[in-house]
Design a protein around this ligand. Structure first.
Ligand code: ADP
Ligand code: PRP
Length: 190
């Protein structure tokens, strides 16, 4: 008989650029005991701020990707992103592991992680445009490119997807996410 405790769920927060994924994850980390966030490896310059990420060069990314490999990796916005295999350690000691993923790797993520809960964050197009411009991390051409792919759908066939509307106040989106996650988070892991 397998007596190993179940690993904590991986909670993928997905949606278009500027929709509020990082803001929502920061709030959930403050409010929900036992939640942790998986740092990503990104080929983005280190000084650009926003989320806490592990900035690497293209060469370093390729080396890490070949051995021992990543749990998950993808390409978007001219950058490469990866989730390291040490996400497993977080899953053993947390009640849930938040991670920012591309919508296009969600089926692969569910196959890799088993228990995957998807928080699919949406907002009105005009809100996205205003927020991306105000954030100021990307130039206007890159903002246009990101807006053009805003309506990419979440793939069909995932087990657990919750739609979180962040068109209005962030507080409303935080409450909706907390409600969606409540049944999944085991207090004894916190
Ligand atoms: N509900 C909201 N109302 C107004 N501004 C928001 C809201 N949610 C997030 N923002 C702001 O929008 C910008 C983009 O949010 P961010 O969390 O970085 O999005 P993402 O990680 O999805 O790109 C940030 O400046 C953030 O403070
Ligand atoms: O395939 P998609 O679902 O469109 O996602 C593509 C990428 O966009 C986001 O990147 P990033 O976090 O760098 O940008 P953001 O904070 O502006 O969303 C997300 O985390 C993915 O890495």
């Amino acid at each position: 008989m397998n007596t190993q405790p179940a690993k904590a769920p991986v909670i993928a927060v997905v949606g278009p650029s500027g929709v509020g994924k990082d803001s929502l994850m920061d709030a959930l980390l403050e409010r929900v005991p036992g939640l942790v966030r998986q740092r990503r490896i990104i080929t983005r310059a280190p000084e650009l701020g926003g989320e806490d990420y592990d900035a690497v060069t293209e060469d370093r990314f390729a080396t890490l990707c070949s051995a021992p490999g990543f749990a998950l990796h993808w390409q978007a916005h001219g950058l490469r992103y990866a989730i390291p295999r040490d996400i497993d350690e977080l899953r053993n000691r947390a009640s849930g592991v938040l991670v920012n993923l591309s919508r296009k790797v969600l089926l692969e993520a569910e196959a890799a992680f088993g228990t995957l809960i998807v928080l699919s964050v949406t907002a009105a197009p005009e809100a996205l445009a205003a927020r991306l411009s105000a954030r100021g991390r990307e130039d206007s051409a890159e903002v246009e490119r990101r807006l053009a792919r805003a309506s990419t759908p979440v793939p069909a066939g995932l087990s657990q997807v919750f739609d979180i509307d962040n068109s209005g106040q962030l507080e409303e989106a935080i409450k909706a996410a907390e409600t969606a996650l409540m049944p999944w988070l085991q207090p004894e892991r916190a």
